[in-house]
Write a protein that binds this ligand. Structure first.
Ligand code: F6P
Length: 319
């Protein structure tokens, strides 16, 4: 029987992680379980930074960005010896199960621990929206709204100066932030890693749009595709429009979580505890077609993400 549950946040922080933490801890306490937090992700297990908490621990955090229990990336957690040490320490603290909030690296850690006898349930907490077992991840909506706000502001100045703005957004290898923001902001060009457009094609499209009467151009591009500063220079040289690059950076990860992210965090956090209380581990919780789902972690890690080409085509059509 599961009596003591630990919870951690791992990987890049995301707005809504605190709301998820709150939902997990309060649902656990409501069900008569003992709840523990682990500081700074898997690193906190190894360093024995594990603390029993009551419901007040998560007071006043539903509206706060980041994660109050900290997060870290621990590349050595792929090693068997490190995982064994984590299991040993969790047993020493009497922790029967874990809720892990993070991205796919966090899920891999949770799978390893589940296989070694500590049932884990993962929640998708990342701004990237790159978890295939959930239509949306906790943090994506807030980051998207932050990007929209920044791009709207850049549009004001770009249009006043009749410039081209080349704006790099986060997402790792997932273009959802770029494509959703592209639609919401009416970007002229969106470039994603899933469907990369050759540079020359982009340049020809900008030339054509200028010939057709556009006085300024907004280009949204997912990180890790190219150096946006150099690309802006190429656009300026080839298209004859003054061009400036902007890297939005980690500002995209901060800020108050949106209502959607808070609600998603609450629904998924509640289900994580329900699954563990019913004795089910090795799962990750997600939302598919607005229904809360539980998928075995090993299946989730092999799933292919929904293609965002349809959204990209909308962007192109309505530019
Ligand atoms: O996974 C979230 C994310 O913000 C990615 O979009 C980005 O590539 C990465 O984290 C940056 O991580 P860090 O802040 O550790 O450099």
């Amino acid at each position: 029987m599961i009596k003591k549950i630990g919870v951690l946040t791992s990987g890049g922080d995301a707005p809504g992680m605190n709301a998820a933490l709150r939902a997990v801890i309060r649902t656990g306490i409501d069900r008569g379980l003992e709840m523990y937090v682990i500081y700074d992700g898997y690193k906190g297990i190894i360093e024995k930074r594990i603390e029993k908490v009551d419901r007040h621990f998560v007071s006043e955090i539903i509206n706060r960005g980041g994660t109050i229990i900290g997060t870290a990336r621990l590349p050595e957690f792929v090693e068997d010896a490190v995982q064994n040490k984590a299991v040993e320490i969790l047993k020493e603290f009497g922790i029967d199960a874990l809720v892990t909030i993070g991205g796919d690296g966090t899920y891999s850690g949770a799978l390893a621990l589940s296989r070694k006898g500590i049932p884990c349930v993962g929640l998708p907490g990342t701004i990237d929206n790159d978890i295939a077992s959930s239509d949306y991840t906790i943090g994506f909506d807030t980051a998207l709204n932050t990007i929209v706000d920044c791009v709207d502001k850049l549009r004001d100045t770009s249009s006043s100066h009749q410039r081209c703005s080349v704006i790099e957004v986060m997402g790792r290898y997932c273009g959802d932030l770029a494509v959703y923001a592209g639609i919401a902001c009416g970007a002229e060009i969106v470039v994603t890693s899933e469907h990369p457009t050759p540079k020359q094609e982009i340049i020809e499209s900008i030339k054509k749009q200028i010939q057709e009467g556009k006085h300024h151009v907004m280009v949204l591009i997912t990180e890790k595709i190219c150096n946006v500063e150099e690309f802006a220079r190429e656009i300026q040289n080839e298209c004859g429009i003054e061009s400036k690059s902007e890297v939005l950076g980690r500002i995209q990860r901060g800020g108050r979580p949106s209502a959607s992210d808070r609600i998603l965090a609450a629904r998924l956090g509640y289900e994580a505890i329900n699954q563990l209380a019913n004795g089910n581990g090795g799962l990750c919780i997600g939302i598919i077609d607005n229904k809360v789902t539980a998928t075995p972690i090993e299946v989730a890690l092999k799933m292919k993400r929904k293609d965002n080409l349809e959204l990209l085509n909308i962007c192109t059509a309505i530019k």
